[in-house]
Design a protein around this ligand. Sequence first.
Ligand SMILES: Cc1cc2nc3c(=O)[nH]c(=O)nc-3n(C[C@H](O)[C@H](O)[C@H](O)COP(=O)(O)OP(=O)(O)OC[C@H]3O[C@@H](n4cnc5c(N)ncnc54)[C@H](O)[C@@H]3O)c2cc1C
Length: 377
Amino acid sequence: MTAVQKVAIAGAGVAGLATAIFLAKAGVEVDLYDAQPALSTHGSGITLQGNALRVFDELGVWDEIAAAGRAFEGLNLRAPGPGAPVVAALPDLKTGGPDYPSTMGMSRPDLARILLAEAERSGARVHFGTRVTGVSQTDDAVAVEVDGRPAGTFDVLVGADGLHSAVREMIGIHVSPEQTGMGIWRTFVSLPPEVDRSELYYGGPMYIAGYTPTGDDTMYAFLVEAAQDRSSASPEEARRIMVEQSRAYDGPWNHIRADIEAGADANYTWFTRHLVDAPWNRSRAVVIGDAAHSCPPTIAQGAAQGLEDAAVLSELLVNRDAVDQTLWDEFHERRVARAKAIVDASVQLGQWQLDGVRDADMGGLMFGVAQLTAARA
Ligand SMILES: Cc1cc2nc3c(=O)[nH]c(=O)nc-3n(C[C@H](O)[C@H](O)[C@H](O)COP(=O)(O)OP(=O)(O)OC[C@H]3O[C@@H](n4cnc5c(N)ncnc54)[C@H](O)[C@@H]3O)c2cc1C
């Protein structure tokens, strides 16, 4: 007998959808509520490392992910200026083990589409256009309110409702994401023939310029700058800024600029950090994914950590007989220190750049994180 028969999930991002798939496949009745009217068909790309790919395999979607994304090994560092010379070719650790590539880039809408289809195939009921607005608990149940009306009584509520989680606030965890001081421009463009892996440019006017292939003919590109209020920039203004900011970067950036000038969208986001200290639950409601932790994407581990939260939580809810303190203790033991190490390292990498530290051991820090994530959560 599983510890739960009926679970509600708030949020159909990677963390919520992964939890829905794991639980529904184990025979748990799952209702997943998402405030958006439908799955977003817009969005940039995402970099997924081996530890995330391993979870996709456990979810049963690895073949689809592998077909939709672009696998590659290693990372090139290039210099700004004429010719954008490659100054280092760095190997990657296969953090998912030998069965998976070290890294995969893919389009975010493709990832969301694959996870949603698998959740529905597994029997989860996914309700778009429905916002979780209330939570009340007794010792053995959690009553969930959606759009101001009772939606039912569940054994557990999983708050996978992102950075500004309403569930987190409703259960009395008052933690807000803080800005780290950096902002990022992103665009989704066609793949120049000479690009076959992630490439980063340090130096020049941006903290980081880079791109990652997401398929046979697509990639996403980004520029990281000191955070600014870009909220009033129109789509045309955003494109113009991204083109101007990237002028110091040659090579594949000429191709990226041409695509932006031809109409590829440019969007802007600030980097944030937060970590909910243990416990992540209040009685039978628990937060996971960005609701529990966020970090700058300097090591590309945010979604991977949300997937690991989903895997560990689901394993415990399915394999234990009761939702009790020992279940929550094991969940926190396996998740909180690991998520904290990722948040701290991701923030540190950005802070060294903000502080202009030139002799920081960035490689050593990244290698340490790769070793950590190579071990199973
Ligand atoms: C610029 C940038 C680049 C990044 N790059 C990477 C990367 O390369 N690799 C990586 O692993 N990670 C990356 N990340 C991190 C990654 O995007 C996030 O960690 C991940 O998408 C979070 O997933 P989630 O499911 O926790 O939340 P989300 O994807 O935010 O999903 C939350 C969902 O909850 C819904 N919701 C909100 N409130 C309610 C409510 N009250 N009721 C119901 N539904 C609600 C929302 O509509 C949303 O669909 C990046 C982040 C940023 C900002």
